[in-house]
Design a protein around this ligand. Structure first.
Ligand code: URA
Ligand code: CA
Length: 434
């Protein structure tokens, strides 16, 4: 095979065979095909798209380029959840114990914060003693014993995706549906999921800015998953304003605890129930999504989900006391209110800018080596559609520095108050089959 011929083939909008795609991915991973040829190939895909068969072949070639986590020693259907990234998104902390409380195994590999979005692993480290670095054997044992465990990324998963992603980043080929879909799905499949629930975000805080693009991406991923034997569903949810009220690590753990107690923010609770019922349903719980949802609601009411959270934390060295006494987590020295200067309705809270404001307080990393401050962040007091009076507190800044003028200004600049505004739609679409 010659790379030039394969580039030409895609350039002329002909489809490549599985063998040809595998040859390219293998060659690129082991450095026998150079960046410049793969760049041209990616650009041809960008313009000419890929067929369903090509997308699945690309996904599986990336899966097979590195280690694959073997979760077969865990009984039951292992369902994973993936979010395309957002601000204040605490769903994993709620979903792991909630879904596990129905007996569904949740073996979750999570990441640290990236850019203006927080990461589940950082949040969990806000719980005193919690250990995210457990080995594969203990991870599997804990899931079998308690139905839930969360670890940081381990192993050499999808090296082909790492290389391709870096190349896409500098060749203006990131924003291609077949390339995004195969990139995300390859990582989920390599980490051992039998079934996958996807939360595709739209809005200021998200990759996809409109519903058409989000639908196309979600459908593409659901199709790849089902084609390669992993049942997959997707939800398209709003990320124009932050999810829930809290942004920041310890603050979001407290918000997750409130949600497991049944007192969480309305939007976070709803998203967890929608995603949770898909996870439970894919694992064979309930006749349909409705029934799975009823069971989840029941386990919030009767305290089983909260109890599961305590067991899960304790099993990984975390102090379960945090559930009744969240104040044992690091707390910021200063709490500074940001006040409204006019009356009306909250019309916009720009998610990514609020995420950046929280990072500026120290809740995220500026460089790979930065230490994050687990205590700091922002707690919104209002959401889009809420009424405000001049002088009301819009948000509370939790900071370990007294001087927060720049952050305060950023928050003020990114919360719009208008004469009228409606609450936002949270769930735009649910995609169960492609
Ligand atoms: N996230 C991914 O993992 N891959 C992409 O290509 C885009 C977003
Ligand atoms: Ca939140």
């Amino acid at each position: 095979m010659r790379m030039t011929d394969l580039i030409a083939k895609k350039q002329h909008n002909q489809s490549l065979t599985e063998k040809e795609i595998r040859w390219i991915v293998e060659g690129y991973t082991n450095d026998s095909i150079p960046d410049y040829q793969v760049s041209a190939f990616l650009m041809a895909i960008y313009f000419n798209d890929m067929t369903d068969g090509e997308r699945s072949a690309l996904t599986m070639a990336m899966v097979e380029s590195g280690d694959q986590i073997d979760l077969s020693a865990i009984e039951g259907v292992k369902v994973d959840k993936h979010s395309t990234g957002g601000v204040g998104d605490t769903t994993t902390l709620v979903l792991a114990p909630l879904v596990a409380s129905l007996g569904v195994p949740v073996a979750k590999m999570s990441g640290r914060g990236l850019g203006h979005t927080g990461g589940t692993i950082d949040k969990l480290e806000a719980v005193p003693g919690f250990n995210v670095e457990i080995d594969q054997k203990d991870f599997i044992r804990l899931v079998n014993e308690n139905k839930a465990a969360v670890v940081g990324q381990t192993g050499n998963l999808t090296p082909a995706d790492k290389k391709l992603y870096a190349l896409r980043d500098v060749t203006s080929t990131v924003e291609s549906i077949p390339l995004i879909a195969s990139s995300i799905m390859s990582k989920k499949i390599a980490s051992g999921a039998d079934a996958i629930v996807l939360d595709v975000k739209i809005g200021a805080g998200a990759f996809m800015k409109n519903i058409e693009d989000a639908r196309e991406l979600a459908t593409a991923m659901v199709r790849i998953g089902n084609q390669v034997g992993r049942q997959t569903m997707a939800v398209i949810s709003d990320m124009s304003q932050p999810l829930g009220y809290a942004i920041g690590n310890a603050l979001e753990v407290k918000e997750a605890i409130d949600t497991l107690k049944g007192n969480g923010p309305e939007d976070l609770t709803e998203l967890c129930l929608v995603l949770g019922s898909q996870m439970a349903h894919l694992a064979g719980i309930g006749e349909d999504l409705e029934e799975a949802r009823v069971l989840l609601e029941e386990n919030i009411r009767n305290g089983k989900a909260l109890e599961k959270f305590k067991v899960f934390l304790a099993a990984q060295g975390g102090d379960p006391e945090v559930v009744d006494h969240p104040e044992i987590m690091a707390q910021a020295e200063y709490q500074i209110p940001v006040k409204a200067t006019q009356s009306g309705k909250v019309a916009e809270i720009v998610a990514d800018e609020l995420g950046i404001a929280s990072m500026m307080l120290g809740a995220g990393r500026e460089t790979k080596e930065s230490e994050i401050d687990l205590a700091v962040g922002i707690v919104l007091m209002k959401k889009v559609g809420d009424s405000v009076k001049s002088g009301d507190t819009l948000a509370m800044i939790h900071s370990n520095h007294k001087n927060v003028q720049e952050v305060e200004q950023k928050i003020v600049n990114n919360i719009t108050i208008a004469e009228s505004a409606e609450p936002l739609t949270l769930i735009h679409e649910v995609i169960t089959t492609a």
